[in-house]
Structures are given as C-alpha cells and as structure tokens.
Design a protein around this ligand. Structure first.
Ligand code: NAD
Length: 314
C-alpha cells in the first residue's frame, strides 16, 4: 500500500494525457481532481449534462470514446457495470471496441466495479494488443471522490501498477496492489458485501430503537461510542437529518445508487457460488436489496432505511 504524497503532484512536469470515460457520481469528481492537479483531460460520457460539467472545469469534450483516446497515453474508465466496460473496450454487435484504437504501451485503468472474470477478459484482450490493463475499483463513496481520498484496490502487473500510482494518488489516499488481474475486483466485492450487510443491519437497528421511542441521533451517537460502531454510523448515517451532507438528508439523492449495491452483492454471490463459499449474511443482504431496488433503484443505498418506514422515502 502507498499513501498519498501531494508534494510531488504539482511538480510533475511529465504528466501523460488522460482520456476519462464515464463521468457520473464518481467519475466526474475524480476527473475534476485530475484537472486540478494539472493533467490534460479528454472526456466522454453518453450524458451531455455530465460532459458539460467537465467542460466547465477545463476538460476537452470528445464526441466518441475513440476521439477521447486519440491523443491519450492513459485511459481511465468509471462505468456502471461489466456490460458497459465490455462494450466500451471490446465492442458489441460486431463493432470493435476501444482497445483496438489504442497505441501499444497505453495504460488502461478501469475503476468500475465489475466481475473479476470480466476484468480478466479485458486484460487478456489488452495484453494481446500490447496495452496494459489494470482493474482498479475504488472505495470511499462520492465524498471520497470529491475529496481525492478514495481507496484504490488494484489488480494487474507490478510495472503497470507503478505507472498508475502517481495518477491514482491524485484521486485517492490509499492505493493497494491486491495482486494479479481481477484481484482488485475480488477485494472490492468482499468489501461491498460487508458494506451491504452493515447498511442493512444499521438501518434495521436504528428502526428498532426509533420504534421503541429513541431519537435516531441519540441512538446513533450511543452506538458510535459503543461496540456497534461501523462506517455507516461514522460517515453515512441512513436516517434522515442525523448527519449533514449525506444522501439520507437529501432525499437519498446522489451517492451510491441501490441498484449499484445490488449489482455488487450479485457479483459477490456469483463469486461465492462459483468457488463454493458459504455466505449466508451476504445472501440475506442481497435478498433485501433485490426487493428494495424494485422501487428505489436510483436512490442512494442508504434508502434501505425506508424498508422500515416508507414515509422516510417521500
Ligand atoms: P453513475 O451511474 O453515476 O455513472 C456512470 C456514468 O457512466 C454515467 O454518467 C453514464 O452516462 C456513463 N456511461 C454509461 N455507459 C457509458 C458508455 N458506454 N460510454 C460512456 N459513458 C457511459 O455511477 P457511479 O456511482 O459513478 O459508479 C460508477 C462505478 O463506480 C460503478 O461500477 C459503481 O459500482 C462504482 N462505485 C460507485 C461508488 C459510489 O459511491 N457511487 C463507490 C464505489 C464504487
């Protein structure tokens, strides 16, 4: 693991040109941090609103992924799921993907959370073309993306990791080399399975206290100083107005969408099934998010609180 040393960032005069693809809740602030650190960015997203934000921040907006990478030594992607990563890099419906457009030696860093098997498929295809590929999913949420304090969990070879480190250090604070291709994704879904369990458990616990006459903030403060303490209570309380500047206090908008948490839990369950590992708590969290997502897929994942009191979602 390495820890950010910002003293080196502004003095680096040999910054590669970066293409950034996928400028959503996470990608936009990550790209903005690269711009602030002096990187030249060419960006692409299917959404005009997303690209406009980056244009205002100083990026040049490309009309296609191909145009975005035309002058890039490094490509970073932050896309919703495996099918988007597959489609962008390998193409679909007979079209060729972005890998075929890249010069030999280009470094591709995919920070989307996807199946380890999908990451390995793209890494293999990249390797055949002389392109370096790293799976580099992140933890830390939109707050970490804005603050440049994400945790990057990287899978791939050591040389590519060393090339990526100074760039990742602009967007993150802790950078782990988890192992070979796909290892970053395995570590990431282990983390998110635990996060899904913790969020669902924290929401049902606060509900138990509230239904028994406790103030949610008082109960949260007590648990924060007791053995129930966890990340959701520390920085992401699911009950509205207990904390400022979290999705639960903003109608569960922004943040990490429930449908993305469900995707990650499904990835964890698939991995557990493929490798014959017993994960009953993960299975329960997956079941809870599957039903919650039917109506609330676009709301932040802390909206699972509304399972217990639907009025909290209105
Ligand atoms: P998001 O839906 O807000 O953003 C994804 C962006 O990708 C959108 O702007 C969309 O228009 C764009 N996109 C989709 N297909 C595209 C294509 N073919 N070409 C170009 N752009 C395309 O999602 P997000 O919250 O930013 O999450 C991105 C990834 O990061 C996901 O894999 C998610 O699981 C992971 N993640 C999210 C969080 C979080 O807190 N939001 C935290 C850690 C990891």
């Amino acid at each position: 693991m390495s820890t950010k040393d910002t003293s080196t960032i502004d003095n680096d005069t040999s910054k590669p040109n970066v293409a950034f693809i996928g400028l959503g809740n996470m990608g936009a602030p990550m790209a903005e941090n690269l711009l602030k650190a002096g990187y030249t960015l060419s960006v692409f997203d299917l959404s005009d609103a997303a690209t406009k934000r980056l244009q205002q921040a100083g990026a040049s907006v490309a009309q296609s992924p191909k145009e975005a990478v035309s002058n890039a030594q490094v490509v970073i992607s932050m896309l919703p799921a495996g099918q988007h990563v597959h489609s962008v890099y390998l193409g679909d419906n007979g079209s060729s993907g972005l890998l075929a457009e890249l010069n030999k030696g280009t470094l591709v860093i995919d920070s989307s959370t996807i199946a380890a098997a999908d990451a390995r498929t793209v890494a293999d295809a990249a390797s055949k073309l002389g392109v370096e590929f790293l799976d580099a999913p992140v933890s830390g949420g939109t707050g970490g993306a804005i603050a440049g304090s994400l945790t990057f969990i990287v899978g791939g070879n050591a040389e590519a990791f060393a090339r990526a480190e100074p760039i990742l250090a602009v967007m993150g604070k802790n950078i782990f080399h988890a192992g070979t291709h796909g290892a970053g994704q395995v570590a990431k879904i282990c983390n998110n399975m635990l996060l899904g369990i913790l969020m669902a458990g924290t929401a049902e616990t606060i509900n138990l206290g509230v239904k028994n006459g406790l103030d949610p903030k008082v109960l949260s403060d007590i648990m924060l100083q007791s053995s129930g303490r966890n990340w959701t209570l520390e920085v992401y309380n699911p009950y509205p107005q207990v904390m400022e500047n979290v999705p639960s206090s903003n109608g569960y908008q922004g943040g990490f969408m429930s449908k993305l948490m469900q995707k990650d839990l499904n990835l964890a369950m698939q991995t557990a099934q493929d490798t014959h590992v017993d994960t009953p708590m993960g299975a329960k969290a997956t079941e809870l998010y599957a039903s919650h997502t039917l109506e609330n897929g676009d709301k932040d994942f802390s909206s699972i609180m509304g399972r217990h009191d639907i009025s909290l979602l209105s």
